[in-house]
Design a protein around this ligand. Structure first.
Ligand code: PMV
Length: 349
């Protein structure tokens, strides 16, 4: 019997960034990273149906049919292929996926999309995999996706083995360990970035002179950041978050040709956050930027008002979304299905 499975997953925001790979094919990172999985206000919903009525996989993202034979899509779909092999499944898949936020704008749509794809496909195939096992499979589609298989604060161990068998994500603390922690997404632009993170990783690894010094500092920063989370020490956490974002963007600028993801509005956010922290006499907010211009400002619940007022004063702020920690992916009910099983197309409305 063909049966559609639908699930929902969310992005994560890295506090210590993953940038650069020790193995491009297996998506093995050069450093460990730590992130916060966010709540379902930003989400990806994915429905998957394995069926013998299709002779090739068919994938729709936000209503648009994708070229499944294109190089990028083939790399993205590697986790589907791995899971199908594990399950001994021969049938092709219909995948319908919807993001509640713009793709390619530095809002971690690939992490959310590929974590949810892996999770939904594993469920649709009836595979009983642990989140750690799923994280290793999601990693192959997009490195940062592996962290979205867990809720709360999550570490991705870089691992040392050539085959990647020790490079997986694990939960550091559950969301309710520090419920006051808030991620304010500051949408400054909805434009697609010029160089995808996929390409950027390799360029920085190969050409940046500063990159070596990043690798020399970053594992220790991971350990210190995890300790700060466990102590619920926002000041230390905030400083580590801002310094790591700045450090990664320094190696990006040092890449040849340079990768410039931040724009003038991003810089305005940086200045304003430092001004706020100075006027408060301590760190109450911390900015962080992925491979894009949009900012995320990490703060505590009691300071959200102050931070929002501060951001409101910046002209180019399009939207501000306040996110709590999320619980990671979960299966939805039949009524949430995005698939019309009769026509094998996305369900309308
Ligand atoms: O997973 P990728 O290949 O899209 O790389 C993401 C890299 C950053 O978002 C910049 C940092 C991170 O750790 O999420």
């Amino acid at each position: 019997m063909d049966e559609t499975v639908t699930a929902i997953g969310t992005p994560n925001i890295a506090f210590i960034k993953y940038w650069g790979k020790r193995n491009e094919k297996l998506n093995l990172p050069s450093n460990s990273s730590v992130s916060m999985t966010v709540d379902e206000q930003l989400n990806t919903k994915t429905s998957i149906l394995f069926t013998d009525r299709l002779s090739a996989d068919r994938v729709y993202i936000n209503g648009e049919m994708q070229d499944v034979h294109g190089a990028e899509m083939m790399e993205r779909l590697v986790s589907l292929e791995i899971l199908r092999r594990l399950a001994g499944e021969k049938r092709k898949a219909l995948v319908v996926s919807e993001n509640s936020f713009p793709a390619g704008s530095g809002l971690a749509s690939s992490a959310s999309g590929l974590a949810t794809l892996t999770y939904t496909a594993a469920k649709a195939l009836g595979l009983k995999l642990t989140p750690r096992e799923m994280s290793m499979i999601a990693r192959r589609g997009s490195g940062s996706a592996c962290r979205s298989l867990f809720g709360g604060i999550v570490k991705w161990r870089k691992g040392v083995r050539e085959d990647g068998s020790d490079s997986y994500a694990e939960q550091v603390v559950r969301p309710n360990y520090w419920p006051e922690l808030i991620d304010i997404v500051v949408v400054l632009t909805r434009a697609r970035k010029k160089v995808s993170s996929h390409v950027g990783h390799g360029l920085t690894t190969k050409t940046s002179v500063l990159y070596k010094s990043r690798l020399a500092y970053v594992e220790n920063a991971v350990a210190r950041l995890i300790a700060a989370v466990k102590e619920r020490n926002f000041e230390t956490l905030g400083e580590l978050i801002m310094r790591d974002s700045n450090n990664m963007h320094a190696t990006m600028l040092d890449t040849w040709p340079p990768l410039l993801y931040l724009n003038d509005s991003s810089k305005e956010v940086i200045y304003r956050v430092h001004e706020l922290n100075e006027s408060e006499g301590k760190i109450v907010a911390a900015y962080t930027f992925d491979a894009g211009a949009n900012a995320q400002v990490i703060t505590l619940k009691r300071n959200v008002g102050k931070v929002t007022r501060l951001l409101g004063g910046i002209e180019s702020v399009n939207d501000v979304i306040k996110l709590k920690m999320g619980n990671g992916p979960r299966v939805l009910g039949e009524s949430d299905s995005l698939i019309d099983e009769r026509t094998l197309r996305p369900r309308s409305g």
